[in-house]
Design a protein around this ligand. Structure first.
Ligand SMILES: Cc1cc2nc3c(=O)[nH]c(=O)nc-3n(C[C@H](O)[C@H](O)[C@H](O)COP(=O)(O)OP(=O)(O)OC[C@H]3O[C@@H](n4cnc5c(N)ncnc54)[C@H](O)[C@@H]3O)c2cc1C
Length: 394
């Protein structure tokens, strides 16, 4: 590999009904900050390139320049109107390898261009699937659900990658993800094999990014950039999955209608049935909707059929794998505060957590932390709410 083989940061955008979804602009904001630092540090001019697939998407492309992209590469076709993994994987793979496109992005860096240096996708239901298949197509690795990124030069000693020798790697994307409910950061690196017996390149260095983590840039109408059209080369076998009809299924749990949401997590474990009934009582006093953390939707405890089918369902999950909510008051009961859950409650006005563990990450994410077991705290809260109700109504 030479320095010129891999260039730029390509960011795969998502949009719905002609509008960019928030995580697209968040990824672009982080890409801009990362590449501005990169170019300063390495005295280079590598670019942030947004990729847009769809139908009638030209207007979206212009917006992306104002939100931080240097260039936008788009493919516009009725065949691309809705995401089909097979088709999208093929087109993004073509775009990532296309030398002619790379020349339009930057003449200077195009001579030896093989693939992008870095790639970002959204860690949502579309991006998680797409990132994995695109990276197979591009023969590299993928880190999923990332919430912190750093570019650095590092030294690595690894039995296989470096044959046990301390070896320098430059411009490595350090990809961090929260694990064990946010108690541990895992650092993921996508490194070339430099061991002579198994030498192999792994580029792009790619990841999917948790929605709600990074800040988008302010819209800046004076920002300039290139919009480049790409005409994909599709064959009948790339289009064999047909969309015959498409319905957006509205959830029956309408969190948006409620000013208060009470959610519960695995902290109910000591007596799940009784604790969920306590939560129902609290929610009734607060006129609140009830949400859950992801593990609860997997039905981890033995409870009655009514409780199971009402609460232990994906529709109630809050977070990156479920819903984003924005109530006036969010009460997190027995929830540790993993990054994936927090991403779903960021827009709440006030967050109250009930948890006996002062070291739980939720403590840093809430406005009021009530240290205690839900079994002890909730009855007191209910009692107090009942005492206060007549005064509030008066
Ligand atoms: C790709 C991916 C996507 C994910 N998406 C989501 C998502 O969308 N939403 C989501 O929620 N998670 C998601 N997760 C899972 C997430 O990482 C956490 O594992 C999960 O949120 C933890 O759930 P929890 O807080 O209920 O359980 P735990 O982490 O086990 O926390 C339970 C908490 O209860 C407290 N507790 C114990 N006893 C009591 C008591 N008596 N009273 C009160 N509190 C008590 C404990 O101190 C602890 O803090 C995702 C994970 C991955 C890998």
């Amino acid at each position: 590999m030479t320095e010129g083989d891999y260039r730029h940061l390509y960011v795969v955008m998502e949009h719905e009904e002609g509008k960019l979804i928030p995580v697209s602009l968040e990824m672009l904001g982080e890409a801009r900050r990362l590449m501005d630092n990169f170019n300063k540090k390495y005295s280079s001019e590598e670019k942030v390139v947004a990729i847009v697939l769809g139908h009638n998407v030209r207007k979206i492309c212009e917006e992306l320049i104002h939100y931080g992209a240097d260039d936008v590469i788009y493919a516009d076709s009725p065949e691309l109107e809705y995401v089909r993994n097979l088709t999208y994987t093929k087109v993004i793979g073509q775009i990532a390898r296309d030398k002619d496109l790379a020349r339009k992005v930057s003449e200077e860096y195009s001579k030896k261009f093989k693939k992008p240096r870095y790639m970002f996708f959204a860690a949502d239901s579309v991006g998680r699937h797409l990132s994995s298949t695109v990276l197979v197509e591009l023969e590299s690795g993928l880190a999923s659900d990332i919430n912190k990124l750093v570019v650095d030069d590092i030294e690595v000693t690894h039995q296989h990658k470096t044959n046990g020798k301390a070896t320098k790697y430059n411009k490595i994307l350090e990809m961090y993800r929260p694990d064990f409910s946010g108690f541990l950061w895992t650092l993921i690196l996508c490194l070339d094999n430099k061991n002579p017996s198994i030498e192999r390149e792994y580029h792009p260095q790619a990841c999917s990014i948790i929605p709600g983590v990074f800040e988008p840039l302010e819209y800046d109408a004076s920002r300039k950039g290139e919009i480049i059209e790409y005409h994909p080369k599709l064959e009948p076998q790339d289009l064999k999955v047909k969309i015959l009809s498409r319905n957006i299924v509205k959830s029956e749990i309408d969190f948006g209608r409620y000013k208060v949401i009470v959610s519960f997590g695995r902290g109910i474990k000591e007596s799940p049935e009784e604790n969920i009934k306590l939560i129902e009582e609290l929610a009734k006093e607060l006129d609140a909707a009830i949400g859950v953390s992801l593990p609860i939707s997997k039905k981890p405890y033995s409870v009655t059929e009514r409780i199971k089918s009402t609460y232990m369902i994906p529709d109630r999950v809050i977070g990156t794998s479920g819903r984003k909510v924005a109530p006036l008051l969010y009460v997190a009961v027995g929830i540790s505060g993993a990054m994936q859950h927090i991403a779903g409650i960021k827009e709440s006005d006030v967050v109250v957590a009930i948890n006996p563990d002062e070291n739980a990450p939720i403590k840093d994410e809430c406005d009021v932390f009530i240290k205690g077991r839900m079994e002890d705290v909730i009855p007191k809260l209910i009692e107090e709410l009942r005492r206060q109700q007549p005064k509030i109504r008066a």
